[in-house]
Write a protein that binds this ligand. Sequence first.
Ligand code: CIZ
Ligand code: SF4
Length: 304
Amino acid sequence: MTKEEMYNDIRRWKKEKNAVILAHYYQNDDIQEIADYVGDSLALAQTAAKTNADIIVFCGVHFMAETAKILSPEKKVLLPNLNAGCIMADMINAERLKAYKEKNPDTIVMVYVNSTAEVKALSDICVTSSNALKIIDHYANLGRKMLYCPDQNLGKYAMDLKGYNFDVWPGFCRIHHNLDTTMVERMKKAHPNALFVAHPECQLPVLKMADYVGSTKQLIEYVTASDAKEFIVGTEQGVLYEMKKRNPNKTFIPLSKTLICGQMKMTTLKHLYECLKEEKNEIIVDEDTRIKAKNCLDKMLELS
Ligand code: CIZ
Ligand code: SF4
């Protein structure tokens, strides 16, 4: 089957089944092209919460589809490839977080959206890369002790930027964590007029070399508003699709060829096609966990 034939069937089923396709900025280009909404996990969660569709097909990794289900329990939420997970989300689990909480009962647990429903259910508030600094400020101003989990890099970046001191979980995203300052130096030398933009999941020395640090959505907005014509991009290469779409006359260069999340790229057009056709791979969250995880997400939506 050609791509266009698949698109035609997908478009027809979407109408017949009252389905909506949500895709993350890190998805393959052919998925972003057919999706109804493309965004970061915060925007997609907000879209999932207010859509009137009966079926949400979530092209992303497991925790994102789970987040949609937590916010929209009456809807059928499908994940085209059930093997697509997030390596960082798996660096923390409920048992280890419970042990931390027992030792630190007065600490506010801030959990990055890249986490399972079970871990969210044990946390006080969820954050994403788009709102983490704002929410950290909120609790720091209240003088609260805090844990930021599971991404150590965004936590360390916030501490450095704001002069705060709080606990961070030792998790990380391998794709971003593996970037180093030598790569940045080399790329800046090769492209002296380019600005360097980076995601806060990178390590602090890399972030200190960036002209701008932000979530995928913030990076896309920054390069679109900027007068510069060339950008070195320090995040997963999927964002280049939206950056180029909005800025056809600007040049975007990935900081490294390794900036590809194998988990995000696991979802192919064929997976999406079969998932919607058969309405398979439904995400289920048990009701007790869902309600607790929803409180954690609602608190975030309230503060963002
Ligand atoms: O929050 C998200 O969607 C992730 C994982 C990255 C970003 O910065 O948008
Ligand atoms: Fe997880 Fe990193 Fe992939 Fe994002 S890019 S889904 S944090 S492994």
